[in-house]
Design a protein around this ligand. Structure first.
Ligand SMILES: Cc1cc2nc3c(=O)[nH]c(=O)nc-3n(C[C@H](O)[C@H](O)[C@H](O)COP(=O)(O)OP(=O)(O)OC[C@H]3O[C@@H](n4cnc5c(N)ncnc54)[C@H](O)[C@@H]3O)c2cc1C
Length: 376
């Protein structure tokens, strides 16, 4: 089958690799001059720079598997540390060994800055979430889910975890998605909650290895080519002068809505209503300065996290400050439409791979119902 993929962010790249592995003929269209979308490396002032600081966690199994398939040396590309949410004074929750439910419980019990009643309340609540299968009603917010926890636990753990994992403040973040991430981090094998901090530019983690892999496997990658419209053509689609049996929209929700407007009004309405949360990274240089940990939580803001880039394997004196979900800044984080994951790299990779499975299933079903499909 001939498949067009619109957008070469991590979702489009994951979809392209999956479709080629399923032996389809793939053309990938990207309107920018660089691959990677919202997680890419650009050349600026003669230097390679990431468009924004990213973190992965050990539970990003689909992303890590894909990177391995593309030949990325994971230990070299990602600096792995046990989950650690400490403030600039070094106080906070820090797992001492690679993560597991027991390591989490031990870290909570040893967190001297919290009262004993707070530590026990968190453990009790965690057990309750585990017993409910980490599930809750769909419209519950993280704030509502954790209202019963002591304030020091919410401020020291829930709030930073929520902003880091979901890029949304607890009052607006989905408790269902939060619990899903928590479940995967604590229960999907040793190291799932570990923080994986990029020690290579983002472009080297997936976009460039994917480009190399796709080109070696015969896929066509068209940079600087914006897909302006999508037309029905028999049982397939016409775009950018080519005919395709199927199309995957791996672009932003707004662009996907625009392209689908004439073909699926219900989906157009849904996609055009998806709000974005902003996320901003400020890079600073201060030679000689160091932080107590590679990633530090800043409880007093305006940034929520500071990264010591030297501790992650980059040149000395580099720091990144991340301001999440701050509406006054530009609107730019990932989209989330369906599936268990929030707008993250893992969500993007999973959605790209999921789209290939869904598309191929749909086309096969359609072709089975169309007579003389060889001519259509
Ligand atoms: C600053 C920042 C920090 C982040 N931090 C983290 C983090 O720490 N951890 C984490 O997991 N996630 C993080 N995210 C979120 C993560 O980057 C995104 O969820 C993910 O990159 C989205 O990938 P995507 O492929 O779905 O979309 P995108 O990356 O937006 O890719 C869409 C692509 O489609 C292209 N396109 C759009 N329209 C067209 C068209 N008509 N024709 C052709 N091409 C088109 C765009 O140019 C773009 O390249 C962060 C995001 C930002 C912005």
């Amino acid at each position: 089958m001939k498949i067009a993929i619109v957008g070469a962010g991590w979702a489009g790249l994951a979809a392209a690799v999956k479709a080629v592995q399923r032996r389809h003929e793939v053309t990938l269209f990207e309107m920018a001059s660089t691959l990677g979308g919202r997680a890419k490396t650009v050349q600026t002032h003669g230097q390679r720079r990431d468009n924004g600081q990213h973190i992965l966690i050990g539970a990003y199994h689909h992303t890590l598997d894909l990177m391995r398939e593309l030949g990325v040396d994971i230990p070299q590309a990602l600096h792995r540390i046990p989950l650690c949410l400490i403030d600039p004074n070094g106080s906070g929750l820090a797992l001492t060994t690679t993560s597991s439910p027991t390591a989490f419980a031990m870290a909570v019990l040893h967190h001297d800055a919290w009262k004993w009643s707070s530590r026990l309340a968190l453990l009790r609540e965690s057990v309750r979430w585990a017993l409910s299968g980490f599930k809750c009603s769909e419209d519950l917010s993280v704030e509502a889910l954790t209202r019963g926890l002591p304030q020091e636990v919410r401020q020291g753990l829930v709030d930073p975890l929520c902003v880091a994992a979901l890029n949304t403040p607890p009052a607006r973040a989905s408790a269902r998605v939060f619990l899903r991430v928590l479940r995967d981090a604590l229960l999907t094998g040793r190291g799932s909650a570990d923080l994986l901090l990029p020690s290579r530019p983002l472009g080297d983690l997936l976009p460039l290895p994917a480009l190399d892999w796709l080109q070696r496997h015969g896929a066509e990658v068209k940079l600087r080519q914006r897909v302006a419209s999508l037309e029905r053509s028999g049982a397939g689609w016409q775009l950018c002068g080519g005919h395709f049996d199927g199309v995957i929209l791996a672009c932003s929700a707004k662009e996907a809505a625009r392209l689908a407007q004439d073909h699926d009004p219900d989906w157009y309405r849904l996609a055009s209503q998806i709000p974005h949360e902003s996320i901003t990274t400020i890079y600073l240089r201060c030679v000689g300065a160091r932080l107590k940990a590679p990633m530090t939580f800043l409880p007093r803001g305006p940034a929520q996290f500071a990264f010591d880039l030297q501790a992650m394997g980059h040149a000395s004196g580099g720091f990144a400050f991340v301001i999440s979900a701050a509406d006054e800044f530009s609107r730019a984080a990932g989209d989330y439409i369906e599936g268990p994951y929030p707008a993250t790299l893992e969500g993007a990779v999973r959605s790209g791979q999921f789209a290939v499975e869904g598309l191929v299933g749909n086309i096969s079903a359609m072709q089975n119902t169309i007579p003389n499909r060889g001519n259509s």
